[in-house]
Design a protein around this ligand. Sequence first.
Ligand code: PMP
Length: 359
Amino acid sequence: MSNVFNFSAGPAMMPKAVLEQAQRELLNWQEQQTSVMEVSHRGKLFMELITQADKDFRELYHIPDNYKILFLQGGARGQFAALPMNLANNKGKALYLTSGHWSSTAAKEARLFTDVEEVNILKDGKLETGNLDFSDVAEQYDYVHYCPNETISGVEIFDVPNVGDAVLVADMSSNILSREIDVNQFGVIYAGAQKNLGPAGITIVIVREDLIGNARKETPSIWNYEVQSKSDSMINTPPTFAWYLCSLVFKHLLATGGVTAMAKRNREKAALLYAYLDQSDFYQNNVAKNNRSLMNVTFTTGDDELNAKFVAEATAAGLQALKGHKVLGGMRASIYNAMPIEGVQALIAFMQKFEAENK
Ligand code: PMP
């Protein structure tokens, strides 16, 4: 294994075994003497690929038969708009539970299409969530939206908000397939692929069937869940290579113990890093313990110059992309599914050394 580790928040590292398989198959996919990106998306072999990808993803996440899985374009941001177009057509309003940058951005986009009420679920503005029981008000809305993992601040919400029988929508862009969930608790789950699923350019939408077919009539076909669902997510030419890579990631995950085994590894990696941060008086993580993300670990020395030095020296030592998001500063280690525990261990060793040299 190379001793370079990529902590990018997204596009993020892919499983090495998947990249190697793609490399092996690049010039001769399925004995076609051509690559997968050069064949028709409607051809028999590609249709078999997407059928298998659907089956594998369903198996990985225990997705019941009354949910459709769409593979779309436009990223998670495309869904910020698609959701109200498809769902906000009975009561004409949606409730957005906000906990940071991405949930707030989703609410802002939804306002272009529907009435939005926003509730900040961070307790006293701290990086900790408060009460998540909305069962008394949720029925007034067409849906309730939240983001279980805020990628920038590293705030993860482990308890699913209680919305009674209302429709719960989750942006799982940065924690999909990272731990087990009960899909039945959600009306829609969506995620851009570029963290845990594959490369950028493809977006997964898991949508309960009874929520399909209610889009406003001016909804563009590419954003219409009903149209996409009826045409196997192929109303236009799909990003075939990205879809193929996702299919390899699913197979790889199934072969390595599925989501349960992955969740165990993810908990171990995160526990190691947070334990190190907690015993150090040089670095701080400002997220409440119950909301610490398993995927994005944010930390700072509290000094911008020292943070910049940390990032530069870490990069030189083979620990890439640790600079925090520009809206927050500091550092962020994204330790998605593909990050091996050796990467976290190498990061901690570097942090110890840097602390000793700069304290
Ligand atoms: N939601 C979350 C939680 C994200 O982390 C991101 C991207 N980092 C987005 C939405 C936006 O995703 P995209 O770039 O695929 O539109």
